[in-house]
Ligand binder design. Structure first.
Ligand code: ARG
Length: 462
């Protein structure tokens, strides 16, 4: 049997393999709510424009509500022969309300329909991810406040560089996640135009009101070019690009958690809820959640790459290739949402080992820069010379196998007579971090000020 929806000129139905490769119902059933919302808006508009009677409109809207309930309750029977969510819903509508169902598809096409549905879906996803990012930021801010004065080694090249505060380190991620939320918001603003009524590609001869459907669906305005409207998937690409960058940030953070929770670092302990044991090595606590979040970037940026490749050679307007936009996007957005939830849980439950952090912060001559800065500030030594003098101080400590604040003043004076005992004021890691009060610096005081600022900003964003 040929397809009931478009089979007028076909003598026979599709080959089984054709049906399998062509069908999208297996994954686009996810769009049912958006599809029904779009159809209801369209039916209202058609009636308003005098294209549909009010009786037909009411029957269509009531019928669509029934279909929505059936799908939500799991009693709807999806058919692969009906290809996709659009035709599955329309066919069922016909069973429920009869011939009026056939009038719904006036002045539209599946091309503008799917573009509309998917925009609505991706728009919701960006809103949800934005909210999840804010929740994660709040969790980080709460921990940053607790750890505002906790000293840890700051690294460059993963070598101990200078002491920093753990609160400052956590707030670095708050900044990153703020940019991520901004990217989702930017993408949302650009995607918020309604393709509905662009029809197959050229617009329609019916006197439709695209402003009305746009408004009904919460779009800012209708898209201005029908060809672009049905051929465009930038809204998915931008969202996947934002998702990839977010996932990259989550992956870096996960990597740090994996390192910090190792026995060798021992900076943090992940809670039982977010780690697993080994079946043969009883001493192990594996940071599985962090590892899995670290890995999710693979499929998320894979989705971006995949869709860029799908789109890159397509002539205008719609091509069936574009049906390949959904599975990867669904998977990527689901993966990111799950990763954000898991990261938020881990941050909340994290047990910080302040003693280990402090001990590590004091090793590796991490306050050497403070000696050089002291020489510049207190003895008017040019920084380059101060750097050289400090290098000799470090070499001496190395030779004596002690920390910088373990050296005595006589030894220091033999290196440079301009050094006096006041230098001990900058040699401890606490003094070092407390002195970093430049804007954006790591001092506990700065951390608390930023925590306050962030709390206000997040409140404004609500
Ligand atoms: N299932 C299709 C998709 O996801 C809907 C649009 C089909 N349009 C068409 N002309 N065959 O892209």
């Amino acid at each position: 049997m040929s397809n009931r929806m478009w089979g007028g000129r076909f003598a026979s139905g599709p080959d089984a393999v054709m049906e399998e490769i062509n069908a999208s119902i297996g994954f686009d059933k996810r769009l049912y709510q958006q599809d029904i919302a779009g159809s209801i808006a369209h039916a209202k508009m058609l009636a308003e424009a005098g294209i549909l009677t009010t009786e037909d409109r009411d029957a269509i809207i009531a019928g669509l509500a029934t279909v929505r309930d059936e799908i939500a309750q799991g009693t709807f029977t999806f058919s692969r022969a009906l290809e996709d969510i659009h035709m599955n819903i329309e066919a069922r509508l016909k069973e429920i309300i009869g011939d009026a169902a056939g009038r719904l598809h006036t002045a539209r096409s599946r091309n503008d329909q799917v573009a509309t549905d998917f925009r609505l879906y991706v728009r919701e996803a960006t809103d949800m991810l934005g909210a999840q990012l804010r929740t994660l930021q709040s969790a980080l801010i709460a921990r940053a406040e607790e750890e505002a004065a906790t000293v840890m080694p700051g690294f460059t090249h993963l070598q101990s560089a200078q002491p920093v505060t753990f609160g400052h380190h956590l707030l670095a991620y708050v900044e990153m996640f703020a940019r991520d939320a901004g990217r989702f918001a930017d993408a949302r603003a650009r995607m918020n135009e309604s393709p509905l009524g662009s029809a197959a590609l050229a617009g329609t001869s019916f006197p439709i009101d695209r402003e009305m459907t746009a408004k009904e669906l919460g779009f800012d305005r209708p898209t201005a070019n029908s060809l672009d409207a049905v051929a465009d998937r930038d809204f998915v690409l931008e969202t996947l690009a934002a998702a990839s960058i977010t996932a990259m940030h989550l992956s870096r953070f996960s990597e740090e958690l994996v390192i910090w929770s190792s026995a060798q670092f021992g900076f943090v302990r992940l809670s039982d809820k977010f780690s697993t044991g080994s079946s043969i090595m009883p001493q192990k606590r594996n940071p599985d959640a962090a590892e899995l979040i670290r890995a999710k970037i693979g499929r998320i940026m894979g989705a971006l790459t995949s869709l860029l490749v799908v789109m890159k050679g397509l002539p205008l307007a719609y091509s069936k290739d574009m049906q390949e936009d959904k599975e990867v996007a669904f998977d990527a957005l689901d993966s990111l949402s799950l990763s954000l939830a898991a990261m938020t849980g881990m941050v909340g439950d994290l047990v910080v080992n302040r003693d280990n952090m402090r001990a590590a912060a004091g090793s590796g001559f991490s306050t050497a820069t403070d000696i050089a800065d002291w020489l510049v500030r207190e003895a008017n030594v040019p920084f380059r010379d101060a750097h050289h003098i400090t290098g000799r101080v470090v070499a001496l400590a190395e030779e004596k196998n002690c920390t910088l604040d373990g050296l005595n003043i006589e030894d220091l004076k033999t290196i440079d007579a301009r050094i006096d005992s006041r230098i001990f004021n900058v040699l401890s890691v606490e003094k070092s971090v407390a002195s970093r009060t430049s804007f954006g610096g790591t001092a506990p005081k700065n951390v608390l000020a930023q925590v306050k600022l962030w709390r206000e900003r997040l409140k404004d964003a609500e």
